[in-house]
Design a protein around this ligand. Structure first.
Ligand code: AKB
Length: 350
């Protein structure tokens, strides 16, 4: 029995009340900066302390665990949350070290939040919007030859993830679709107001003002931050390793865009800006940081994970359904966002 009362009758305030889980993470930082406005109440939660510069942008901050369903109920009902950006997750590399913990956070935590949001949609008579970042780790391509042959994957291809993280995210995509379209479908008096679940499958994401942790695609942001701080960097994948990428501003822009689209026909969409190899990144970085020291020392375990991910993703479904369009290619991303921002970041830090 919850120790927190479940307030089931919302106030008359139509104000957008947004819950961001995993708010202390990389995407949380960027998303909250972009969400901030007078007509939105931002409620941030994370298991860790939320950085001061993020906290100051929020109307409320809670330190708690997405696996604690009573805590989630308390937060959502206290703030009458009607929109959720569920960013809390253990990413692919970290999840392989603690797969059962990853399942608890990535699946059980998401299940608690979906179930609560569906109940509140029903009780409040309006659909809670649930924005969910999935991942290219849901794809599991069996051989490098197939990876190169099949190129940019559509959303329905090679859905055989080899990581706990990818399996978790693929299942939660289906859970979200269930709570949105099929929830209690044979029950008498089935509720009308179901959840409004919307999901983007994210590629590798490059952020200039935060360092990544726990991901297997971290090798590119790590390479960039090492070059910007004069540290030698040993890349843990081969030079010829190719996956799709986007930048943090484009990732945040796409999450906010899918949240505002009127009734998107699909629950799940690929996004991505460009596809590049680790060697292409190293070459492009050396042009901008001539002193950078980059070497390649593949880690067999993590190499296997990245080799199962696609060369690129086909984003035509998102382009067709809600006019998704990436902003930059590799060179433009480096010159218009990554390098100027990362230089500024370390000037401010030093
Ligand atoms: C990871 O590396 O696990 C994530 C991802 C590709 O979703 N950045």
């Amino acid at each position: 029995m919850s120790e927190y009362p479940l307030i089931m009758t919302p106030s008359t305030n139509p104000r957008r009340s947004v819950l961001v889980t995993g708010a202390a993470g990389e995407i949380g930082h960027g998303l909250i900066k972009s969400l901030r406005s007078d007509d939105i109440s931002i409620v941030a939660m994370d298991l860790r302390e939320i950085p001061e510069e993020t906290r100051t942008l929020c109307d409320a901050v809670h330190v708690g665990d997405v696996c604690d369903k009573d805590f989630l109920e308390h937060v959502m009902t206290m703030h009458e949350t009607n929109e959720i950006y569920h960013l809390a997750a253990l990413l692919s590399s970290r999840a392989e070290h603690v797969p059962e913990t990853a399942h608890d956070v990535n699946v059980q935590g998401t299940f608690h939040l979906l179930r609560l949001a569906a109940r509140l949609s029903e009780s409040w008579g309006s659909r809670v919007k649930f924005i969910f970042p999935s991942t290219i780790a849901v794809y599991g391509i069996r051989t490098l030859e197939m990876k190169h042959q099949d190129g940019a994957l559509c959303e329905h291809q090679h859905l055989s993830p080899i990581t706990m993280y990818g399996a978790n995210k693929l299942y939660c995509e289906s859970l979200g679709r269930y709570y949105t379209r099929h929830y209690r479908q044979v029950a008498k008096g089935r509720p009308d107001h179901l959840l409004d679940f919307r999901c983007l499958r994210l590629p590798g994401v490059i952020a200039a003002d935060t360092r990544p942790s726990g991901g297997t695609s971290d090798y590119v942001p790590e390479m960039l931050h090492a070059a910007a701080t004069g540290e030698a960097y040993e890349c843990f994948v081969r030079e010829d390793t190719v996956i799709p990428w986007t930048t943090m501003p484009e990732c945040v822009e796409a999450l906010l865009r899918i949240a505002e689209v009127d009734s998107p026909p699909h629950a799940v969409y690929n996004i991505g800006s460009f596809s590049a190899s680790a060697g292409e990144f190293a070459e492009a970085i050396l042009k901008r940081f001539p002193e950078a020291k980059i070497s390649f020392v593949p880690d067999e375990g993590r190499q296997k994970l990245v080799d199962s991910w696609p060369m690129d993703v086909d984003t035509s479904r998102a382009s067709r359904d809600w006019a998704y369009a990436p902003r930059w290619n590799l060179e433009e991303a480096l010159d218009q966002y990554i390098v100027p921002s990362i230089r500024r970041h370390y000037e401010n830090v030093s």
